[in-house]
Structures are given as structure tokens and as C-alpha cells.
Ligand binder design. Structure first.
Ligand code: UDP
Length: 357
């Protein structure tokens, strides 16, 4: 079950590893992100097979989007009768698919279980908590997630630490592609800050968005800023198009984005995935949020949380002195997809072939 940009790099390694075992998979793209840059081009870059079903739900309110996925998915699950439905991350499609499957008596496997921001104003926090509680298999991507699952009474034989499949995709891209060539294609300068900002807390409120615009403009006066804009941020961050130190781009294709991240002097973000990717690559990261569901990126990686007001000081410190290389994060080694496929094996009925929704 895929459907939004952050889930494609998590799903691709699992689908590939399951294919290698000969399991029959049914791939459903809910189409929560539907434009080419956010969805299809990413799937192509990751070498994912064409989805068997495209539910094309598109953008909508939370209730309508969740309901649309559930309504469209139910007949697919009834028709295909999978042994397991695999869901990823924390988007509305993840919750919708998990609820639909569990009520049809189909076991749900949640990849990226146990992450918690403890901030219920984030839609993702609602999604990830509920999904964990209805899942039969909980695939844990970092040690801190165990603690959260234990607190909620979920850290039993259902929970399996497997590593981070998003890092599998990054490792594969880095090994296969010439990142320097992608950076040259983008004509990136030698030193730059890469920024990705799209969380409601930073762009929906006009005062917060104005403060974010002022911060990024100020950063652009210190070091060139490259800002691939998520569709949610087009309006609120539009004034940055007038700033000389800021290069505003459309969302970058995944290989180009990773290449830009790999070469960046520092990153300013509110993305979940980018905190992990920058930590793995050893690129200093300032996360403009009050909480992170990925604390391992702070304890082991390159990440720090900051208010908008404090971010300039963090940036100055990072620009003034190189950071020591971060510690390796356990099991973030490019093999998570294989571990997940192996753990799913016993759940898949070999006579019908397993299914992967
Ligand atoms: N990404 C991309 N192009 C961009 C920005 C991000 O391909 O211009 C990728 C990035 O490498 C990561 C994923 O999108 O794998 C993160 O998605 P996003 O920030 O939308 O979601 P979040 O992780 O915050 O849920």
C-alpha cells in the first residue's frame, strides 16, 4: 500500500525483497499524492513495478481522503483476499488501509511502527498510533520506537526490529548513481543550505509562514539556499521567490534530491524522512519543529530541533565549525527490506502466494 511521497522509498525495498522470494504481491497506490513529481517519477526512480490498482484519491479534507481510500480499497481486498496487508509510515492512506483490512479480518503489517512525536495536533501522530494498535506485525525502524511500543503495551512478539527501509533506498541510490553528476545537472554551488518546509505548523498560519520566510531570507544572506517547494508551501513561501540568496525550485526528483542533500553544507527541514536521510549522510540538520518522532536522529545522527527564532543561531554555529561524523544507527544498513520480507514469510500462504497490499 503506497500513496504519498514519503512512503515510496520505504515500500520499494520491501517490494523488491518480497519479489525475490517469489511471493505474489498486489500493489495498491492510493494516489494521495498524484502529481508526477511527488509520485510516479519517484516510483520510476526507485524501480518499483507499476501498481496493480491506482485508487487516485487525490487531495481532500482528512475525513474525505481517509473515507475515499477505505471505500475504494474494500472491494480490492475482498476480490484479492490477501494474507497480509503491508502499510507504511503515517499518512492518511496508512490509517485508511489498516482500518479497512483489520475489519475484514486481514492481518496488517506496519512498517515504521512505534514512532511517536507525542504531539496529537499532528495528523501523522493520530495515524501512526491508531495503525500500531490495529496491526498484527509491527516493524520497528529504530530502537527508541521499542520504548514507545512498550509504554503502550505493544512490545511483544508482534514487534520486530528490522532497520529502516527508507535508508535501503538511499543506500541503493548512492551506490548506483553518480550524485556529483546530479548536482552538476542542478548547477548547485559548492556550499549551500538545502531547505524543505511543508508541515502545517510552519506554513498554514500566516504569522508562522511570515517568520519562516524571514528566516530563510536571512539564511540566504549567509549561504545560498536551495528550496524545492512542496505543493502545500507554494502560497505561504512564495515571497521567497523574490530573494536573491534563495533559489526556489519545484519538488526535485528523488535522485536529484538525495544528491543535493548529500552535497549540502546543512539542511533546514520539517520533514520526517529528511531528518533520517541527512543523519545517515552525516549532513547537519536543523528541524524547525517542537518535537520529533525520530529522536534517534538527535541521539545518533546530525539533527537538532529548533524554533524559527533560534534557527539562525544554530545555522551560524554549524557554518562556523564542521560537525564530527555521527554514530551509525543500528540496522540502518541497507538490509531492512530483506528482514521485513523474511519476517513476513510465515504469514504468507504459499499455496495462494502471499499478497502485499
Ligand atoms: N524528497 C524528494 N524530493 C524533494 C523533497 C523530498 O524526493 O524535493 C523525498 C525525500 O528524499 C524523502 C521524502 O521525499 O525520501 C520525504 O518526503 P516528505 O518530506 O514529503 O514527507 P515526510 O517524511 O515529512 O512525511
Amino acid at each position: 500500500m503506497v500513496g504519498a511521497r514519503p512512503n515510496m522509498p520505504k515500500a520499494a525495498p520491501v517490494i523488491r525483497a518480497l519479489s525475490a522470494t517469489g511471493v505474489r504481491q498486489v500493489i495498491v497506490n492510493t494516489g494521495q499524492h498524484y502529481d508526477d513529481a511527488m509520485s510516479q517519477s519517484l516510483m520510476r526512480a526507485l524501480g518499483m513495478p507499476e501498481p496493480d490498482f491506482d485508487l487516485a484519491v487525490g487531495s481532500d479534507t482528512h475525513a474525505r481522503q481517509t473515507a475515499a481510500v477505505m471505500t475504494a480499497l474494500e472491494p480490492v481486498l475482498r476480490d484479492r483476499a490477501p494474507d497480509v496487508v503491508v502499510v507504511y509510515g503515517d499518512v492518511n492512506s496508512t490509517l485508511a488501509a489498516a482500518l479497512t483490512a483489520v475489519k475484514m479480518g486481514i492481518p496488517v503489517a506496519h512498517v515504521e511502527a512505534g514512532l511517536r512525536s507525542h504531539d496529537f495536533s499532528m495528523p501523522e501522530e493520530v495515524n501512526r498510533r491508531l495503525v500500531d494498535h490495529v496491526s498484527t506485525l509491527l516493524f520497528v525502524t529504530s530502537p527508541d520506537a521499542w520504548v514507545n511500543l512498550r509504554t503502550e503495551g505493544l512490545a511483544d512478539e508482534r514487534a520486530i526490529e528490522v532497520g529502516n527501509p527508507m535508508i535501503d533506498s538511499l543506500v541503493r541510490m548512492r551506490d548506483e548513481l553518480d550524485f556529483a553528476a546530479y548536482r552538476a545537472e542542478l548547477a548547485l554551488p559548492d556550499e549551500y543550505l538545502l531547505a524543505t518546509i511543508h508541515r502545517p505548523s510552519n506554513v498554514d498560519d500566516p504569522a508562522q509562514a511570515a517568520a519562516m520566510v524571514a528566516l530563510i531570507a536571512e539564511l540566504g544572506a549567509r549561504v545560498p539556499v536551495v528550496l524545492p517547494l512542496h505543493p502545500r508551501s507554494h502560497g505561504p513561501l512564495a515571497p521567497l521567490r523574490e530573494e536573491r540568496g534563495v533559489r526556489v525550485l519545484d519538488p526535485l526528483p528523488y535522485p536529484h534530491f538525495l544528491a543535493a542533500l548529500d552535497g549540502a553544507r546543512l539542511v533546514l527541514t520539517d520533514s520526517g524522512g529528511v531528518q533520517e536521510e541527512s543523519s545517515f549522510l552525516g549532513v547537519p540538520c536543523i528541524t524547525v519543529r517542537t518535537s520529533t518522532e525520530r529522536p534517534v536522529t538527535i541521539t545518533h545522527g546530525t539533527n537538532r530541533l529548533s524554533s524559527i527564532a533560534d534557527a539562525i543561531d544554530h545555522a551560524d554555529r554549524i557554518l562556523a565549525a564542521p560537525m564530527p561524523a555521527p554514530a551509525a544507527i543500528p540496522m540502518w544498513d541497507g538490509r531492512a527490506g530483506e528482514r521485513i520480507a523474511a519476517a513476513l514469510g510465515p504469514w504468507l500462504d504459499s499455496s495462494t502466494g502471499g499478497h502485499h497490499g
